[in-house]
Design a protein around this ligand. Structure first.
Ligand code: SF4
Ligand code: SF4
Length: 191
């Protein structure tokens, strides 16, 4: 028999004291701890009535951005989908027709763009891969739903409003390098 077994036999043979047998000190100690917690600052919030303030660079629900003229920036190049480790992004590309120049920034655009929020791990790789600054993660969290199909967000959920007042500010997510890149007019999509 090893030392550990010998020790456990000794412990189990140890007689309980009077106070240990009546359990009162242990109960009082437990109650003191419980009441002590009543007066401490709570670390939980009553969601959804109360919402926590997230960091400006929190990685939540995505937004598909428009340019200053309200045109969709996404050109359906597919780089975000390739970069996505969860294979959460799917899209269908289409050619822009004459007269649609005010809707889509370039000749190609995503007629379908979907993100499966159940697959997404909010890593931000899609944002990093995008050469057009078309997709960003925001501090908005994905809603709870009862059906799995409701977690597949299409363009109706992802593209930001055309109204300038409803645009989503992503400036906090743009690094100085990205902002410098945007100023460079030698790249066609910065013109
Ligand atoms: S955040 Fe990550 S997992 Fe989610 S869609 Fe983008 S690349 Fe995929
Ligand atoms: S979001 Fe960006 S990377 Fe993804 S398809 Fe559109 S332009 Fe390409």
């Amino acid at each position: 028999m090893n030392n550990l077994t010998n020790r456990s036999i000794i412990v189990s043979n140890k007689k309980m004291t009077f106070w240990e047998r009546i359990y009162l000190p242990a109960i009082l100690k437990g109650m003191t701890i419980t009441f002590g917690h009543l007066f401490r600052r709570k670390s939980t919030v009553q969601y959804p009535e109360v919402k926590r303030e997230f960091s400006e660079i929190y990685r939540g629900k995505h937004v598909l951005k428009r340019d200053d003229e309200g045109r969709e920036r996404c050109t359906a190049c597919g780089l975000c989908a390739v970069a996505c480790p969860a294979e959460a992004i799917t899209m269908v590309a289409a050619e822009r027709k004459p007269g649609e120049e005010n809707l889509y920034r370039e000749e190609k655009y995503a007629v379908v763009y979907e993100i499966n929020m159940l697959r997404c791990i909010f890593c931000g790789d899609c944002e990093e891969a995008c050469p057009k600054e078309a997709i960003f993660l925001t501090k908005e969290i994905v809603r709870s739903e009862y059906g799995r199909e409701k977690f597949i967000y299409g363009k109706d959920e992802l593209v930001e409003p055309a109204d300038p007042a409803g645009r989503i500010d992503v400036s906090k997510r743009q690094t100085p390098e990205v902002l410098e890149f945007k100023k460079n007019k030698k790249f066609r999509h910065n013109r």
